[in-house]
Design a protein around this ligand. Sequence first.
Ligand SMILES: Nc1ncnc2c1ncn2[C@@H]1O[C@H](COP(=O)(O)OP(=O)(O)OP(=O)(O)O)[C@@H](O)[C@H]1O
Length: 364
Amino acid sequence: MSGLRAELRLRRDGFALDVALDVPDGEVLAVLGPNGSGKSTLLDCLAGLLRPADASIYIAGRSVAGLPPPERRVGVLRQDPLLFPHLSVLDNVAFGPRSRGSDRATAREVARRWLTEIGVAEFADRRPSRLSGGQAQRVALARALATDPTLLLLDEPLAALDVDAAPAMRAALRTVLRQRRAGRVAVVVTHDPLDAISLADHVLVLAAGRVVEQGPTREVLASPRTGFTARIAGLNLVVGEATADGLRVDGHALTGVLAEDAVPGDPAVAVFPPRAVSVFLSDDEPHGSPRNTAPATIAALEPHGAVVRLRTRDDRPGWTSGIAADLTPAAVADLALDVGSQVLLSVKAATVDVHPALRRSPAP
Ligand SMILES: Nc1ncnc2c1ncn2[C@@H]1O[C@H](COP(=O)(O)OP(=O)(O)OP(=O)(O)O)[C@@H](O)[C@H]1O
């Protein structure tokens, strides 16, 4: 048995955590949930900082529930990089392999390799006080990886970074987590559905200490069953392959804005909000951007606050399958829309963000 498998029950005044999870080897789980839902508590249990009596945790087939943190082979990255101020960047990263028995030269070689991998090798000789917050956080990621953890725990690794520093860290996380390295599972706590989409194979949503949703990332975020997930997701997600100017889905093009690290030919996901989708009758002249206009069939029309949310059937090739669009009640009446109506959907290219996505099957 490999991967991560855990069943945890913990009680403390006014709060109970009750979670079962199972992450296959090499894969990434994103943990989402409102404040106070138990995300950090879950990570602390996995790391061994909390050791509830009622727990079974298997990492790579090894039972670790009774083990203290250093014996679990778990790497942890928190919002605060917590680097040793008196050591150079290189020695901060070499510290893990050193304490696991590597000699100094080998530990430094491992450290250098990870610093290079994460793109921060140029800071090897600096003290942490001379790093920006974003650089320090990337060094902390290299430090967590240099211990060769079988479980990598990331607790909101982007939350403390400002908007300028976050992209480099996000790219570093994508590089590392997309390797889908055999013998390693990663669990990342995040508030950002885009990070869940681009980093994680599976999503687990916690509410008040319990799992309220769990499953493949795209399924959970595309068909949210709870209000919380709907609020954080609430976006159209179209999976395909990146092109030079957008996404290709089943041979059909969707023009959009490519994220910096999206590579044409690689798996990608296009993301756009329901309010960015315009709806026309099939026999109307196409409006908006003709490039992103394609036919769809209405599957459902439901009130959604002040608007009507339309969903399309997911039975045709291309990007218009299973899409949500928000319309005013007046527009629904004007167009005489009903379930089964044939319509044209149009979405402006500028509102379609194309992000790298994970490959469907793990790398060999
Ligand atoms: N050291 C502690 N002792 C007692 N209760 C705690 C402690 N830390 C957290 N709690 C409580 O445990 C519950 C879960 O907290 P936890 O920090 O795991 O949630 P979270 O989902 O990580 O929240 P956030 O998104 O705000 O970080 C909360 O009710 C919190 O008040």
